[in-house]
Write a protein of this length. Sequence first.
Length: 364
Amino acid sequence: MALKWWPVAVICLLALAAVITVALLAPLPPVKRVLRPLASVGRLTNLPAYRSAALARYRSLITTAVLLVVLFGSAGVTSARPIGFASATKNFETLHPQDVMICVGQPVTEASTAGLLNYYGQKIAGFDTQRIGLTSPTLRVVPLTRDHVYAAATFGEFAALAATKRAMDAEEEIANSQIAVFNNALSAFSRPVSYTDYSQSMEDILALCMAGFPAVEGESNRRRSLIYLGYTNFRGAAETRPTLFSTQRVKDMAAAASVQINGIARTDVATADPAVNDSLASIAASTGGQFSVYNPAGTAGPDKGIVDPTLASILDTIGDNPPQAVLPNGKLVTQRSWDYPNLPLTISILVAAVLCASLMVLRR
């Protein structure tokens, strides 16, 4: 839980501390009325009935004080506008579900691709209203879907190709049937395409991935997030063939479709270009996304389902900064703007009811 107006809670806490301090330290006014003297006071106060009544009075005072403090605290928390409750997050996800498009700009046999697919393959198990898709440089591998079982199985199948490729490179003995499955999976993930008058760029791949969101030119109550991992420079220094999309055009498309683009650039490849990395960083910044550089050297492990901790940390950061929801009037809504005073208000009502009932009992 977090508080949107936390200074209000601090003021309430200071006020409560001040009231308790005054109640404990302020001298009581002297008793001016004349009390009637009683005989055998010691015997009266030692009677079981008197002791029981005195104990009940003491307990009622302590209980009333505790309930008043709880009531004051819950009222202060409510005034500070609480946010971040799990139930509020669930309601927000229901009203503004998220679409996640995994955009891979490198071969599926790369260990980092396997790590990316393993990460989201494991995350899919906790999805509820989210849809997820997968796009390669040339194909829509998994269209946006809420069939989480199918998506997780497909991600796992493609993630396993990296281990098969390592075994083949190590000249290990592999069954012909497994090689056939491997080749079919490679073709299903991406296919080499060459043109005489066109050369693919990172911006073109991002545009292809964004086209996978339904009604990409219109607004929607769904939040859209694109996670790109791969190369940033697909064109050699001597390349003169044109591309389809520029950096600014991709920014305009993302703004029109309310897509948050997150980029993870490979830094261990020979074609890595700081200028192109800067382009990806500017695209991510303009859409409210995250940008990171990643060097997966030495992360190719034999264990199935393992994700490099560095890559997992980057993806966790992306997941902790989800896209905002855009209402039809253009207003942006986030989970932090989603007030949820239900719990403190419920506590206040229950405590107030207990206080009323206890006072009625005391009066009788």
